[in-house]
Design a binder for this molecule. Structure first.
Ligand code: ADP
Ligand code: MG
Length: 251
């Protein structure tokens, strides 16, 4: 009889793709960062649920952009990504905050089609559960795929049990539990903000939790905040700490 423990693998062989979420206020530079991958993002795909990829274009990005206007387009894109996960270096979902709006449009549109008398502005109780389940499904399908996924999110100001305010990704539902669940599905959560540093405005990327904002880094990419980071630099840092760093035994 085989022993289930024989199926255990060294941890270095279980790391295949990474899933990262970057949150920050509007204008903090999320989309510009999304377009700043290696070779100006030429091997990356932005699923543009939000308008605003013009920011990436203006900064000289060569990233590929697929506009996503409907649930069906998103569903097709996810299936294609899961079938061909190595076609792009990064898949960027810009943004998960706007994805929630798209899900609600789909649910309410469908509800009005089947019952034209109902208001498309009033959400019914059972629909909240459906909206959350659909979002969770999208996160699981993409994060469980072998593609590297970068999610962007707006930030919301939350209040903890001690009355202290801090920034969390803006993902609604279950009194903050949906946002916490999404964060739990990520290897790394980065908080992006614009600060003044030595008289200049810089983009600050926090990889670790601060009193100001939620962040975490299972990949242990950076121990200190990074200034004006690009996705190309982040990619190098991840590859550098990953199994690729170990020289091949036959080399
Ligand atoms: N690293 C950067 N250096 C200089 N300007 C930047 C940088 N990142 C973003 N910006 C500028 O900030 C503005 C907002 O950026 P954008 O990426 O659209 O933010 P977000 O997607 O978070 O709303 C744009 O005008 C963009 O050119
Ligand atoms: Mg944007």
């Amino acid at each position: 009889m085989s022993n289930i423990l024989d199926l255990a693998l060294p941890v270095t062989e279980t790391v295949n793709s990474v899933n990262i979420l970057v949150h920050g206020d509007s204008g903090s530079g999320k989309t510009t960062f999304a377009g700043s991958g290696r070779n100006a993002g030429a091997k990356d795909l932005i699923l543009a649920i939000e308008n605003g990829t013009v920011s990436a274009a203006r900064s000289g990005s060569k990233a590929n952009v697929l506009p996503i206007k409907t649930w069906s387009e998103l569903d097709q894109a996810i299936t294609a990504i899961a079938d061909d996960p190595d076609r792009f270096e990064w898949i960027i979902v810009d943004s998960i905050t706007k994805l929630q709006d798209l899900i609600w449009e789909e649910i309410l549109g469908e509800a009005v089609r089947t019952k034209p008398s109902r208001s498309k502005y009033k959400r019914e109780l059972q629909e909240y559960g459906e909206a959350q389940a659909r979002l969770s499904e999208v996160v699981e399908r993409l994060n469980n795929s072998d593609a590297n996924i970068l999610w962007t999110a707006l930030s919301d100001l939350e209040t903890d049990e001690n009355g202290h305010e801090f920034k969390m990704p803006s993902i609604h539902g279950r009194g903050g539990k949906q946002a916490a669940w999404v964060c739990a599905q990520m290897d790394t959560v980065v908080y992006l903000s614009v600060i003044e540093y030595q008289g200049k405005l810089v983009r600050k990327f926090d990889f670790n939790k601060t009193p100001e904002a939620y962040a975490k880094d299972r990949l242990q990419t950076f121990r200190v905040p990074q200034k004006n980071l690009t996705l190309a630099e982040l990619t190098e840092a991840i590859v550098g700490v990953g199994p690729e760093e170990t020289p091949a035994e036959d080399a």
